[in-house]
Design a protein around this ligand. Structure first.
Ligand SMILES: CCCCCCCCCCCCC/C=C/C(=O)SCCNC(=O)CCNC(=O)[C@H](O)C(C)(C)COP(=O)(O)OP(=O)(O)OC[C@H]1O[C@@H](n2cnc3c(N)ncnc32)[C@H](O)[C@@H]1OP(=O)(O)O
Length: 282
């Protein structure tokens, strides 16, 4: 590598400062670019960023921290170069301890609301597979840039999971209804070309740094808007989508828990988890 290139990269690194989210965990990392004021929020739970209780709480705290520290925007990405997020940690749903399950599902609902309604511009640099809730994280953002060779989508019905309303809504907020409905019913995972074709993603990037640059460019497109006016307008635009979860979070929680605790769901999950484990040993 040329010395001038190395120098440029060092400079880039120096311009970023890490900010903690006060809980001392490294499950997510936040770096703010001093020049642009944009925060990069990196999912960092090996091996595949599956969302367990701790990651959801951490992610929610980081989203709030980014808003509190006055960042100009949020870019969500992953420290894993193959997987953006593998969705919910299925171990949280399998034969769950009921108190932990309640905390887990509440954390999921709260985190989704924080990201979906974030007052700052949000973009996802999808540098790996984005499966189920991994896709939901991306669609909660305002803009999506993805790298080729990976899949994105919600394939829950293939494995016998009914999707809760807020997951459905996050799909419907970016896809036309007939495409969202068909994809959900088929349990479809989109290739990059298919995702681009239906506008599930906005752009393709040829590497993670290119994806981050493209996300930053999108966020920069709001430079001339007044932040409070932008934030309130976004909230109004999305108000109907969040109505159910804001008006009756406990009702939504109850419905999901009832379903998760059914023998039907538990048996299906057991088979799926066993398949996943045997696949990873191949
Ligand atoms: C009428 C009432 C209405 C209310 C309804 C309420 C319903 C509520 C419940 C239903 C929820 C529905 C919505 C579902 C949302 C979800 O997000 S579920 C999660 C779905 N995700 C997946 O299925 C992903 C599965 N994983 C993969 O396909 C692959 O792992 C990968 C992401 C493509 C990565 O592949 P690779 O790099 O080859 O890694 P692996 O070797 O496969 O995996 C490494 C280890 O990680 C484990 N793992 C992977 N994903 C998960 C996961 N999601 N949860 C837990 N563990 C996971 C995998 O088993 C490996 O583990 P080891 O064997 O121990 O190494």
């Amino acid at each position: 590598m040329l010395r001038s290139q190395t120098k440029l990269m060092d400079l880039g690194r120096r311009l970023c400062r890490s900010i903690g989210n006060n809980n001392g965990s490294n499950l997510t990392m936040v770096e703010v670019d001093d020049k642009t004021g944009i925060a990069t929020l990196t999912l960092n739970k090996p091996p595949v960023n599956s969302c367990n209780l701790e990651l959801l709480l951490d992610l929610n705290e980081s989203i709030k921290q980014i808003e509190r520290n006055g960042s100009r925007g949020l870019i969500l990405t992953s420290s894993n170069d193959k997987v953006f997020s593998s969705g919910l940690d299925l171990n949280e749903l399998h034969q769950p301890n009921q108190d932990r399950l309640i905390a887990f599902w509440r954390a999921l609902q709260d985190m989704w609301l924080s990201l979906f309604l974030s007052r700052v511009p949000t973009a996802a640099a999808i540098n790996g597979h984005a499966i189920a809730v991994g896709c939901v994280l991306a669609t909660a953002c305002e803009y999506r840039v993805m790298l080729p060779g990976f899949s994105i989508g919600i394939h829950a019905t293939k494995f016998g999971y009914v999707v809760p309303p807020f997951i459905l809504i996050s799909y419907l907020s970016v896809l036309p209804r007939y495409i969202a409905e068909r994809a959900l019913l088929q349990g479809k995972l989109f290739s990059i070309d298919e995702a681009l074709h239906v506008n599930l993603i906005d752009e393709v990037a040829d590497g993670k740094s290119d994806a981050i640059i493209k996300c930053a460019k999108f966020i920069g497109s709001f430079a001339k808007t007044q932040p409070d006016a932008r934030a309130l307008t976004k909230r109004q635009t999305r108000a109907q989508d969040v109505q159910l979860l804001i008006k009756d979070p406990e009702g939504q929680l109850r419905e999901s828990l009832e379903y998760i605790n059914t023998p039907f769901f538990q048996q299906g999950l057991e088979v799926y988890l066993a398949k996943l484990k045997s696949k990873s040993k191949e």
